[in-house]
Design a protein around this ligand. Structure first.
Ligand code: PXP
Length: 236
C-alpha cells in the first residue's frame, strides 16, 4: 500500500498572503523524503491554490510520480498535455465548493469522457477517475478504459462512528472488491485522517491512498515549536 500526499494546502497558505512561502514544491520534496510515493495536487479553474507555475516546478523536481487532479474540461486537457503528469485524476468541480464534493458522474458524461481520456492516454498520461463507491459508476469507469479509479472515501470520513459510518465503510469495501475484480487498479481518498484511516487501510484491494488536508494540518502543528524557537533565537 502506498501513500500519495496532496500538497494543495501549502499553496492555500501561500495564497492567504499572496506570498512566496510556504513553497509547495519544497513540501513535496520533503514528503518524498519521508516516504510518500506520489505527489498530488489539484489545479482548479479559479487557481485558488495550485497554479501552472507549481505544476511546472513539481514536474521538474519530484522523483516519485506527479498526480494532477483536474476537471474534465478542454482548458485542463491542454494543461495536462503540456505538463504531462504521470497521472491525471479526473474530478468534478463546482466553483463554490470548499473541496471536491462527490465522485464524477461517469454514466451521465460517458461519451465526452471517452474521447477526453483517450487523448490524455495517447499522450502517455495515465488516467484515474474519482468515483463514488457505487458499482454502476465503477462498471462505467471500466468501460472507459481508465487506468485506475480512486474511490471517494468522503462520505465515510464525514460520518461519526456508528451504524451510518459502517454502512459507508461497507460501500467502500464492496466498491474496492468490485473494481478490483473488474480488473481496475484501486486507489482511495478524501477526508482520510489519523483517526479514520485504520478500517480503510485494512481493505486489501486498495493500492494507494491520496491524503492531503490532515497531513498538512498535522505538519503545521508538529512544526510550531521549532518555528517559535527559531524566531526567538533571532530576536534574542
Ligand atoms: N482525492 C481527491 C480526488 C481530492 O479531490 C482530494 C482533495 O483535493 C483528496 C483525495 C484529498 O482529500 P483530503 O485533502 O481530504 O485528504
Amino acid at each position: 500500500m502506498r501513500l500519495a500526499v496532496n500538497i494543495d494546502h501549502f499553496a492555500t497558505l501561500r495564497e492567504a498572503r499572496k506570498s512566496n512561502e510556504p513553497e509547495p514544491v519544497l513540501a513535496a520534496l520533503l514528503a518524498e523524503q519521508a516516504g510518500a510515493e506520489g505527489i498530488v495536487c489539484h489545479i482548479r479553474s479559479d487557481r485558488r491554490h495550485i497554479k501552472e507555475r507549481d505544476l511546472m516546478l513539481l514536474r521538474q523536481s519530484i522523483k516519485t510520480k506527479l498526480i494532477v487532479e483536474m476537471a474534465a474540461t478542454k482548458e485542463m486537457e491542454e494543461i495536462a498535455l503540456e505538463i504531462k503528469p504521470d497521472i491525471v485524476s479526473l474530478v468534478p468541480e463546482k466553483p463554490e465548493e470548499l473541496t471536491t464534493e462527490g465522485g464524477l458522474d461517469i454514466i451521465a458524461n460517458k461519451d465526452y469522457l471517452l474521447s477526453h481520456i483517450k487523448s490524455l492516454q495517447e499522450a502517455g498520461i495515465k488516467v484515474s477517475i474519482f468515483v463514488d463507491p457505487n458499482t454502476d459508476q465503477i462498471e462505467a469507469c471500466k468501460q472507459l478504459n481508465c487506468n485506475m479509479i480512486e474511490i471517494n472515501t468522503g462520505l465515510y470520513a464525514d460520518l461519526s462512528p456508528g451504524k451510518e459510518q459502517q454502512k459507508a465503510l461497507d460501500a467502500v469495501i464492496n466498491a474496492a472488491k468490485f473494481g478490483f475484480e473488474s480488473g481496475l487498479k484501486i486507489h482511495a481518498g478524501h477526508g482520510l485522517d489519523y483517526k479514520n484511516i485504520h478500517p480503510i487501510a485494512a481493505i486489501p484491494e486498495i493500492e494507494e491512498f491520496s491524503i492531503g488536508f490532515s497531513i498538512v494540518a498535522r505538519a503545521a502543528i508538529a512544526g510550531i515549536e521549532i518555528a517559535v524557537r527559531d524566531m526567538l533565537a533571532l530576536i534574542e
